[in-house]
Design a protein around this ligand. Structure first.
Ligand code: UD1
Ligand code: MG
Length: 415
């Protein structure tokens, strides 16, 4: 879009998180908070996007995709100052600016599309995204005139008396005419309580100048959540997790107990797969159709599970592939393993994939049978239809040919 650019504010310290990690890099459902905001901006069109950074700038920069412009806010003097840090990029620009905060992971694409649409159609100088919430504590409140026009945003610290009961809050997402925005920013005064320049003070300024301010409400009130504390982080996690689980259920996956099932956002799970309670599935996992996963299973990034596979209780699969109809039903760890189809992984089988320096691969051929409590010290190769006796240790570098049996500590091939 030529006449719309985005600025994401992410320079803040996140003091209330009490953390050495920059706030926007804290994870929700396996993904940094800021990624949710980036995804939303990306979805509304290809906007030139500026991200204002300050606190631990290098760490956040490292995470950001290279097509974004990182802007440094030298001193953390508040949200108005943060926007001003980007001013130099807007010198001859006459279009609109979409401003978002980096700490609102629940924001939806359609809500952001709505605010852009309303801003364009109303020709307002500023359009503010609001949400009506149960508990407005901590947020800026929308102050309206008797006729309902938004006149100001009162920050939580400054809200007194009846203002404190106002349930309509500022989400921290705005559309501005760039020209009016940067002119207005120059007039914002320091808030003496917080020693910051508040972007939100611009609303009162605009109202006084008779510049048009309109508002748009979020589709869902939860979208307004700004993550400022660890408690907010957990709230965001719960809400996003429920959405992720709902989407999987709608796509034909049975989730026996959503309360105890943890699935990250970027996974694929095939139809008619059942996820039993207390299962954790992390990002970048693929599970095929008609599988049974859990209870108490953990599938870690890079797990590729075929169709009709069972991964049962107290199991972990990490960077490993399991072919169709393979069974791994109890107490087992597979890391860096390439397992064929129709394989039986007995109870207690462990791949010892890490030698203290490197991760090594275990290959297990189709229809092999790995007896209970065996340890496969990678790198090893177990052939097709090979059988490993219970309690064996297949030592490093060993190759068990197709159709052969091996057992013992160390495992020896039976001719
Ligand atoms: C802000 C809004 C508040 C709104 C709430 C919504 C202001 C003054 N207040 O409050 O009205 O209800 O968000 O979640 O804007 N940031 C910078 N530089 C700074 C300070 C902050 O880039 O100097 C960034 C932060 O990294 C964050 C965003 O701006 O992503 C908002 O800052 P935060 O401190 O979280 O503001 P809130 O108190 O939540
Ligand atoms: Mg915030």
């Amino acid at each position: 879009m030529k006449d719309l650019r985005a600025i994401i504010l992410a320079a803040g310290k996140g003091t209330r998180m009490k953390s050495d990690i920059p706030k926007v890099l804290h994870k929700v459902c396996g993904q940094p908070i800021i990624q949710y905001v980036l995804d939303v901006v990306k979805a509304v069109g290809s906007l030139t996007t500026y991200v204002v950074l300050g606190h631990q700038i290098d760490k956040v920069k490292e995470y950001l995709p290279s097509d974004l412009v990182a802007v440094e806010q030298k001193k953390l003097l508040g949200t108005a100052d943060a926007v001003r840090s980007a001013e130099k990029y807007f010198k001859n620009y006459r279009g609109d600016v979409l401003i978002l905060c980096g700490d609102t992971p629940l924001l939806s694409k359609s809500t952001v599309r709505n605010i852009i649409r309303k801003h364009k159609s109303s020709k307002a100088a500023c359009t503010v995204l609001t949400a009506v919430v149960h508990d407005p504590n901590g947020y800026g409140r929308i102050i309206r005139s008797d006729s309902g026009v938004a006149m100001a945003i009162r920050e939580d610290k400054d809200a007194v008396g009846l203002e404190r009961n106002i349930a309509e809050i500022n989400v921290g997402v705005y559309c501005f005419q760039a020209k009016e925005l940067f002119a207005g920013l120059k007039e914002i005064k320091l808030n003496h309580k917080k020693k910051e320049f508040y972007l939100t003070d611009i609303i009162e300024l605009f109202a006084r100048k008779n510049l048009k301010v309109v508002t748009v409400e979020t589709e869902d009130s939860q979208e307004g959540l700004g993550v400022n504390t660890r408690e907010d982080l957990a709230t965001a996690e719960t809400i996003i997790r429920q959405k992720v689980l709902k989407d999987f259920m709608l796509s034909g996956v049975t989730i026996v107990d959503p309360q105890t099932t943890y699935i990250d956002r970027h996974c694929q799970i095939g139809q008619d797969t059942t996820i039993r309670p207390f299962t954790v599935i992390e990002n970048n996992v693929r599970v095929g159709k008609r599988c049974i996963i859990g209870p108490f299973a953990r599938l870690r990034p890079g797990a590729r599970i075929g169709n009709d596979v069972e991964v049962g209780n107290f199991t972990e699969v990490n960077r490993s592939k399991l072919g169709d109809q393979t069974l791994m039903k109890h107490f087992s760890y597979l890391g860096d393993a390439i397992v064929g189809s129709g394989v039986n992984i007995g109870a207690g089988v462990v791949t010892a994939n890490f030698d203290g320096k490197e991760k090594n691969t275990t290959h297990i051929g189709n229809k092999a049978f790995i007896g209970s409590d065996s340890v496969l010290v990678a790198p090893v190769k177990i052939g097709k239809k090979a059988v490993i006796g219970a309690g064996s240790v297949v030592t490093r570098g060993k190759v068990i040919p197709d159709n052969k049996k091996a057992f013992g500590v160390p495992a020896r091939i039976i001719e």
